[in-house]
Design a protein around this ligand. Structure first.
Ligand code: IVH
Length: 661
């Protein structure tokens, strides 16, 4: 038996070595078939001796069980964000500030590309990857271990034996531009939803509930820093840490470079800027970090940003192209929005062939005609935007449609709205389809397998006509459909069954009331703890709720005035959709306190407010002598100054977290 264990470990070591050469160093030593042969041997032995499988075995990259929801986990050291600058002058000002805060020179700096991907935190215990989490709010992230394990450049076991007892390794997971475009091409051919950017596609791939799905996406990772670690590890500088990461078999970017001063950083920024277009992955700037770790500690933090690092952001890149045509799409609320179809063009490294135009006024403001040459801009994850018309040309003007492109009903334009709407509501096929797609989406009931194509098919075949019909579907009725095997029918039914268990805010969100999203749904759920209370809420009661504006109050009342909407909401509950009953507010620990929130906080504002009000505190919009506490996030401005003047108690994120945890 011992012989078998030893053999197995030798095979694993060899596989780790070759995977590192291939995926991390990009310098394989053996052919793919030799590697596969070795892998097959591992699988064969483990297949016969499942008790010998270890979590760090190369076979454990795939095969994780799908999860219902990602569990939350606390990072051992918070994952910070970075202050930004956009010019060399601002960078110099930052360096000056470091020097004057320290009262000495900061010393060398390390410049690295700022990768435009998804930040993750890997925990290695005794060299073995035990946890992988997203950044989340900086303190707590979502556990995506099984998904991250599928990424070949992430070691399941660190290569060296000289590793800390435990260590957090941070880095960025990304998809190359080429892979992103190839994915979108296939998705477009299948009529599936496209990703707007490589970053967006990496994030989407990591959020798959089934690790087998993540395994199919070509994700990779660059490791760029170490978080918390055990005391047996004491790196002196950031560059030391990077070199250790490399030694441990982690993939490190080769462009990280030590720069002696601001001028050397400026040179690095310019040179990398020139290379940017030829890199296979997206970067949006340069991160400049103080190298010496003791100096980093001396400089410390500003709430959630280190004072010892800054991001230099490259300016956005524009490109011009020809506008071929404008098509009008009908959304779930009937809004008819123009979409520009463009001669495909590379903008900021990505091929763009569509751009949103928001509304007809935008078309007129820009002076767009068919065949106009337009200037396009891509900003991070945002859908590309037409900035201006370079040459209007002599093509036809773009006329707004007078009837709905989906159902032919005459369009209406609201009094104070720039948007055209189809008033046919659920008699309009496009609106029904988009309503159902929204209902099944992640922020609503999150029904896996109910993508655009599936919804379209179910509607066309008449198996569903509205949201609640989804809960009447049976496996027998589904297998009759084209492109639907026994297995997919079963997993769809299972996904529908598990979607019945939801939360009240999600349920409210899924009703599709106009202008009501996740935040407002949470507010409504708190104030109207049962569905019947929400259905019967009148306009004045709604208006009294903090953060509920007149339009929203009107939309809620209008929605529930319609008998069919009331009936549909109740039918969902009758068909088994349920959520935990609300906890009664027993905590009055902050009774009598009046809070003001300012600056950017990791938790959404609504959540901060909910946490405070649940404990009996009141939240106000401006600082006065009645204010008792101020919660100051990043970049807090004049409210913070005023609070300091008045001597009001000020809490930062960490203090706030401690208070409400
Ligand atoms: S260091 C101070 N290094 O930028 C510690 N971050 O705004 C901050 N990022 O969410 C992290 N490339 O995902 C660091 N070379 C790099 C980076 C990098 C991209 C991202 C990171 C984080 C964000 C901070």
């Amino acid at each position: 038996m011992q012989q078998l264990i030893d053999d197995l470990e030798k095979i694993r070591e060899a596989l780790r070595y070759h995977a590192h050469r291939y995926y991390v160093l990009d310098d394989p030593e053996v052919s793919d078939s030799e590697y596969d042969e070795l892998f097959d041997r591992l699988l064969a032995i483990e297949g016969e001796n499942p008790e010998l499988i270890t979590p760090d075995s190369p076979s454990q990259r795939v095969g994780g069980a799908p999860v219902e929801a990602f569990r939350s986990v606390e990072h051992r050291a918070p994952m910070l964000s970075l202050g930004k600058c956009t010019s060399i002058e601002e960078l110099d000002a930052w360096l000056q500030r470091c020097n004057s805060d320290l009262d000495r020179e900061v010393g060398s700096l390390i410049c690295e590309p700022k990768f435009d991907g998804v930040a993750v935190n890997l925990l290695y215990e005794n060299g073995v990857l035990t946890q992988a989490a997203t950044r989340g709010d900086g303190s707590n992230g979502e556990l995506i271990t099984a998904n991250v394990k599928t990424i070949n450049s992430v070691p399941l076991k660190l290569l060296s034996n000289d590793v800390p007892a435990w260590v957090e390794i941070r880095g960025e997971i990304y998809i190359t531009i080429e892979d992103f475009e190839a994915y979108n091409k296939t998705a477009a051919a299948r009529g599936e939803k496209l990703f707007v950017s490589p970053r967006n596609s990496a994030a989407g791939s990591l959020r798959q509930k089934d690790p087998d799905m993540t395994a199919k996406r070509p994700l990779s990772m660059f490791c760029y820093s170490i978080g918390a670690h055990s005391d047996d590890y004491q790196p002196q500088s950031h560059l030391d840490a990077i070199n250790d990461l490399r030694k441990w078999g982690c993939r490190v970017n080769d462009y990280a470079k030590r720069c002696v001063d601001g001028a050397a950083c400026a040179d690095y920024i310019n040179k990398l800027g020139e290379k940017r277009d030829s890199l296979p992955y997206e970067i949006d700037g340069v991160v400049i970090k103080v190298d010496d770790l003791a100096t980093q500690r001396d400089l410390g933090f500003y709430i959630r940003q280190p004072r010892w690092a800054i991001a230099f952001k490259y300016p956005p890149v524009d490109a011009s192209t020809t506008l071929l045509d404008v098509e009008y799409q009908v959304g779930r609320t009937g809004a008819v929005t123009p979409v520009a179809r463009l001669e495909p063009v590379r903008v900021d490294r990505v091929t763009v062939s569509n751009a949103t135009l928001h509304n007809q006024d935008e078309i007129e403001r820009l002076g767009i005609r068919k065949g106009s040459t337009v200037l396009l801009r891509r900003a991070g994850d945002v859908i590309p935007k037409i900035v201006k018309v370079v040459d209007a040309g002599k093509g036809a003007l773009i006329a707004a449609p007078s009837v709905c492109p989906s159902c032919g009903t005459e369009l209406a334009r609201g009094e104070d709205e720039a948007i055209l709407r189809c008033p046919a509501q659920l008699s309009c096929p496009a609106q029904v389809q988009n309503t159902v797609i929204y209902f099944c989406s992640r922020e609503c009931l999150d029904i896996r397998g109910m993508g655009t194509q599936r919804v379209e098919q179910l509607l066309k075949e008449g198996l569903i006509n509205r949201n609640s019909d989804i809960f009447t579907l049976t496996q027998e009725s589904l297998v009759e459909l084209e492109r639907m095997g026994e297995k997919s029918a079963q997993s769809l039914i299972e996904a529908i069954e598990s979607a019945k268990e939801t939360t009240y805010p999600r349920f409210i969100n899924s009703l599709g009331i106009r202008n009501i999203g996740e935040d407002t749904s949470t507010i409504l759920a708190e104030r109207f703890p049962t569905l019947e209370e929400l259905i019967n809420a009148d306009f004045d009661t709604l208006l009294e709720v903090d953060n509920i504006a007149e339009t929203i109050a009107r939309n809620v009342v209008d929605f529930f005035t319609i008998e069919a909407n009331r009936e549909e909401a109740r039918r969902l509950v009758d068909l088994g959709v349920h959520w935990p009953s609300p906890k009664s507010p027993v905590d009055s620990s902050l009774e009598g306190q009046i809070w003001v929130l300012t600056g950017k906080t990791s938790r959404p504002r609504t959540e901060v407010k909910a946490l405070l009000t649940a404990r009996g505190a009141k939240v106000s919009g401006s600082v006065s002598k009645n204010t008792t506490h101020v919660f100051a996030g990043e970049n807090a401005g004049s409210k913070l100054d005023k609070a300091q003047e008045l001597g009001i108690q000020i809490l930062d994120e960490t203090e706030f977290d401690a208070l409400v945890s």
